[in-house]
Design a protein around this ligand. Sequence first.
Ligand SMILES: [Zn+2]
Length: 441
Amino acid sequence: MRGKTQNLIWNREAETMPPQEKRQIQLQRLQQAVKHAYENVPFYRRSFEARNLTPEDIKSLQDLERFPFTVKTDLRDNYPFALFATPMKNIVRLHASSGTTGKPIVGAYTRADLDLWSEVMARAMAAAGITEKDIVHNAYGYGLFTGGMGFHYGAEKIGATVVPVAGGFTKRQVMLWQDFQPTVLACTPSFALVLAETAAEMGINPPKELQLRVGMFGAEPWTEQMRREIENSLGLESFNHYGLTELIGPGVSSECIYHNGMHIQDDHFLPEIIDPETGETLPPGQSGELVFTSLTKEAFPVIRYRTRDITSLDPEPCPCGRTTARMNQITGRSDDMLIIRGVNVFPSQIEAVILNHKDVVPQYMIVVDRVRNLDQIEIQVEAVDDLYQRGEQKLQEVSDQLQRDLIQTLGISARVVIVPPRSIARSEGKAKRVLDRRNLA
Ligand SMILES: [Zn+2]
């Protein structure tokens, strides 16, 4: 499946701009963005003034390092509208992220912001080889969540045909695959697996019977193993993408056909990598927390927003011709890092270990508990279809092997429980993989 997708660039001028010119444009836009936030959002004015900073202090891109970070709690404290920089009469759309705790994060868009969003989504989809000839089965959630609308407008801008199917009704979705023969699937990777499973249950062999050739997956961390599983079961080439409501939604960065990291639309979103402990800016290549400043957004600008996502940046040019900085796959969220008996571990690292094993499938749940003041971790992972028929002893062997692998690669000693196929709750949006009971007592 790899290597069959054509190398397309939607906005050649912006995406292949020489680095020197790019930095100049970024600086001009950064000066305007900081001024816009300072003049129109009391929160930014106060936080800049507390450090004796004004927009005039941005004389180079490096000067941004002197400015304070914006964190998620700042957004919650200013819920719902206090961080908006334009009057409501100029705002034409609101979105919100599903806050698992407390109030959601609210995103606001002027007409120009919506145009920007369509533009960066068109860039992302063209980078995956999508053209006006494609039929896009969009199974991202529509509504407050940004996924559905983001892909919808990007695909329409390219001129592709959009099927706005959203989540749920998995059998009907597979029926539509058979009838409409879409060439592109857009959804979360966990939902792609659910759809693949449903197709198999319905006796359909997607690589043979369907036309799907491109998958646009993101909105949650996923591993290379999960990618192979999805690609093999659906017969498509998958493209990772990244975004967040705080910035715009999907469209912040995405893979090209070389799959060597996600190209950041850095003429609109300026990335930095910082040490999550000290806040110090790290040089390219080093892994740390991703921070973004929006350069052109009107309604809801963000200055140095800490995403909590852990990754690294690669500024080297890509064989595709783009000169935009690339970010590597998110290896975890600084706030969903688990600390198990003093060992730092991300759920995605656990996933990578268990999915290396051919007798289990990428459906799992990590349960963390504290028993007699000791952290205990149990990983429930689903067996492949015929594992249970191979007997009790085989089940034990698989779980023993996984336990050994976890100790050897991550240094964590976990109880691994193999559970029957399809026994772990499926999600239509972002999968919930961790149940931390330690704070529930
Ligand atoms: Zn590239």
